[in-house]
Each structure stands twice: as C-alpha cells, then as structure tokens.
Design a protein. Sequence first.
Length: 505
Amino acid sequence: MSTDGQPDTESLHCLVTGASGYIGGRLVPELLAAGHRVRCLARSPGKLRDQPWAPDVEIVAADVTDADSVAGTMRGIDVAYYLVHALGTGSSFEDTDRRAARIFAERAHAAGVRRIVYLGGLTPRSVPERELSPHLRSRAEVGRIFVDSPVPATVLRAAIVIGSGSASFEMLRYLTERLPIMVTPSWVRTRIQPIGIRDVLRYLVGSATMPADVDRTFDIGGPDVLTYREMMARYAAVAGLPRRIIVPVPVLTPGLSSHWVGLVTPVPAAIARPLTESLRHEVVCREHDIARYVPDLPGRPLPFDDALALALRKVREAQVATRWSSAAVPGAPSDPLPTDPDWAGGSLYEDERTASVDASRESLWKVIEGIGGDHGWYSFPLAWAVRGWLDRFVGGVGLRRGRRDAERLRVGDSLDFWRVEEIEPGRLLRLRAEMRLPGLAWLEMFAETDARGRTRYRQRALFHPRGLLGHAYWWSVAPFHSVVFGGMARNITQAAAKGMSAHRR
C-alpha cells in the first residue's frame, strides 16, 4: 500500500525535474513509497546529495534548456514530471519557459515516454490570457505545450498550496501573525480555492497511472472557496490568535504589495510578486474531473482548516521536509566557490580568522552547524539586522528565511541570507551569500585539530567583486570586519567552550 492508503499500482520509471524545490523534494519520496523508480534531473546534483531519499534514486546532471542533456535523462523513462520554471531569470523568462517546455516535450516523445505530468497555476475563468500576470500566463502556455505535444499529458492547475514551508503558507502565516491590524491591498477580497500539499502530492502520484487516452488539464483544489481576508481570519482562529482587524484599500498595486509582503514576511519581493499578481483575479476550480482517475478518499481533499492545522503542527514540531526557499531564489548568485588558489577569474578578497577552542571538535561543530536562525550570527546583532533590513529594502531575501531545521543542515538549505553550498559533518560548513551584493561572497567555518592536538576554529570570508562598485564595497566594509568577523570567531569559540562545560556538569 502507498503512504496515502491507495492500492499499489504498476512500478514505473519516473523522471522528476525540480527535485531540489518545494514540490519536487516532497514528490520524490511519495513516488518511491508508491513503488516507482525515480531518476532526478538537476543542474547541480550536489544539491540533492544530503536529501534523505538520495540513496534510493538516480541523480543525473542536466539542464531543461539543453536538448542534448535532456535527451540523455529520458532514456528508459515511463513518466516525466515537469516541476521547474524560469521565473526570476530576467524579463525573458517567458521565452525561456517556452523553449524549455518544447525541448522537454520533444525529447520525451523521441524517447518513448508514456506521460508528462506538469503542475501549473489555476487561471481565472473570464480573463483574457493577455491580461494575466506574466507568471500565470507562462504557466498556462507551458501547460498548452504539453497537452498539444504527441506525448499524453496531465496538467494539474492549482491556486495556492497550503503546506508547511510553502511560500503561500508562509505569506499567510506571517501576515496574520505579525499584523493584528492590517491595511491591506484590495486583493484580500479575491475568492480563492486553496489546496493542501498532501492532496497536491496525491494527485501528482496518481497522475502517473492515468489511461493513455487522457491528455488534458485538471483543476485541483480543496473543498473551501475563500477570500484571502477569510483565509487570514481562519488562520488566526486555527493558530489561537486574537481576531485580526483587516482594512482593504485600493491603492496598493501588485508591485507595491510585493514589497509590503517582502517587508512583513520572510518571502522576498521577487517571489511575493507573482503570488500577489496571481491573486488579482478569482481563481476557483471549474471542475473536479481528477476524481475520475485519482478517487477522493474519506475526508479528502483536506478542508482548509485541517490543512492549516497540519502545516502548523509540522512547523512547531520542526518537521518541515522542504521549504519555498529550498529552490534557488530568483536573481541569487549561483557560482561555486573558486577552488584554484591562483584563481584567474579576477580579485578574490579574503578575511581569515583562527582561534584555539577549549572544547572538543564535536562541541565546536555543534555551534557551527547551529548558526543562524534563532541562534543568530554570534556578533554585533544590530549590524546583522541592519544588513538584513537593507537587503529586504532592495528586494533581497534578508535575514527572515531562518532555517529549515534548528539543529541540522544539509547542502542546498537556505540559512537566512545564505545558502549551504558545502557541508562536511564535523569539519566544514561553507555558505554562499544570497543577499544583494556587487559580487559573489562566501563564508566558511572549520572545526579542526592543530599540530598540538588542540581544537581550532578557522573562519574565512571571501568576496569576488563585480566591477569598480564591488571593489569599493569591500573596502568600505573592511574596517568593520574586526568587529563582525572577529567578534563572530570569538563568540563561536566561547559558545563551544560553554557548551562543553555544561556537558561536563
């Protein structure tokens, strides 16, 4: 039996794109639980290395915009899941989405793939496509490309997904929790049909075994149709918060709304904008034909309040498997750390600190791996807070993303305005900056043993400037490094020593 209580079906070989993202990272274990074999396509396979399901899947390096690499991933595949999009890659993202979808469909057909499954966005009934947000318009076009291709396709269209760690849930959660009195955009009156993440995954898994003659779109949603205002009120009730006062005003455009959401919630403006633009029009399911092929179970789809309660429980129990920030942030740097000591790519500024530690390497590593989030950054909290506020002001992610897990990190995790690029448990944590900078930046923290057998902490901050502005940025902040990075090294070693003393007692 599958994890959802459905009978087992034939074992299929499934290709999953977007496995490092919010939906894909949760779909993979569901497909495995249903008895299917899984191959994951990833531009950077290392991002999937620490996933708990990684040993049970095949991970291949490929890019959906590269026809040759996609062709190689399609060999022997029965069902191909397309869970990627180019949003945030620039003004031409619609062209990129279109080209990638066509490549995917063509290569799937050439390889004899039996079905393509795509998760898109629910579009309003009576709004011409040209008036839709670029985000929804592109999702609709990609769905059409797959339905019109020779490969039978299942295109699922959802409004907003409610689940622990989803961008829609985080936006709803923080707006409601942080603002007891809200002056809100007019879109809080828009009717929406949200759906719980468990039902999205159930429909995605069930789509793999649809009959060969099924080639169409399906609207998927939960049983409740609510305005965003009603959703906030119901969130407050489920979370045990006092009643919220909500005052809608007509003056906040989607662009202004996205910056407002970016300031109040951990969701940056670059991600908030497509979410808020999608809420300008009513998004309600026109049919529930999916039930013919993926039958409803008792109590499913989950009612909105139940989906909220489940998501909140997962957050409070620190059991969030994936977050919206699992995927790369639009516009964030992605270049790996240069490893050549005589790197030919230009200037590479470095600030290195070392300190002996009166503690075991294990105690030091516990502090290193626990950095960020609620634990903070161990130096000059106001300076870090100001840097986070400045980043939010210019549309960056700021410090509010926090951590997926309070104690453990894995490659690809977001960590405030950093991302885990490499982790060697007990020895090295390397973070890549995702704040807005005129260059690329990394922060490395090591737990080592020196020549005399003592525990040593080593810390490196590296910066590759972009243009004259990048050089000016480094030298403008260099005078503060002794306070910020020097203080961090001192406080991390002290925290490790205190932790060791507490353990001894």
